[in-house]
Ligand binder design. Structure first.
Ligand code: SF4
Length: 178
């Protein structure tokens, strides 16, 4: 299944790259910025978790130990929102194996079910989409938002995912897998 998931990710990544390009005038993502990995719960499905851990297994011994120490620390304190334990020295240590929430983060998209545009967390830090967001009123002045529903459950239960025979399993916050 992980091989098929990897193929599925190639198609998804292509589509996400296109979105980032189309929305580039609102995007502030740049190397060295790890804000979206510093505060969150990071929902991961069982399938994504297996893929993440396959990436973890390939890491050098020292890096694995640093990540294990981060996980142990979080297991002791169990905060709801936290830095991702795979973020080491401000870099994702498992980048090719990161989850779908990590891949989609940074984009704004129209949520038809709630009739509102969903913005990334970093808009509040003056980053992505800040120039089309009024923090005081909550209004969003984005003319052409992405219309694909960029939620991991929707992506992993899509017709496209079915074509790849994917079964995503349960979705939990990252630390609930440890
Ligand atoms: S897995 Fe990587 S990209 Fe995803 S939240 Fe953690 S550090 Fe960030």
């Amino acid at each position: 299944m992980l091989k098929r998931y990897e193929e599925f990710l190639k198609i998804l990544d292509k589509r996400l790259d296109k979105y980032f390009e189309e929305q580039c005038e609102y995007i502030k993502c740049k190397p060295g910025c790890s804000m979206c990995c510093e505060v969150g719960e990071y929902p991961f499905s069982q399938l994504e978790m297996e893929y993440l851990m396959a990436g973890f297994m390939k890491l050098p011994y020292d890096l694995k130990n640093k990540i294990k120490a981060e996980i142990d620390k979080l297991k002791r304190t169990r905060p709801k929102m936290h830095k991702c334990p795979f973020l080491i020295d401000k870099k994702c240590s498992v980048y090719p194996h990161r989850g779908i929430v990590c891949r989609t983060h940074g984009l704004a998209w129209y949520d038809e079910a709630e009739n509102r545009i969903r913005l990334p967390y970093c808009v509040n830090k003056g980053l992505n989409y800040a120039k089309v967001f009024n923090r005081e009123t909550g209004e969003v002045f984005l003319q052409e938002p992405i219309t694909e529903r960029l939620r991991i459950d929707t992506i992993l239960q899509s017709e496209e995912a079915k074509e790849y025979g994917l079964e995503c399993g349960e979705i939990r916050p990252l630390m609930k897998w440890f």
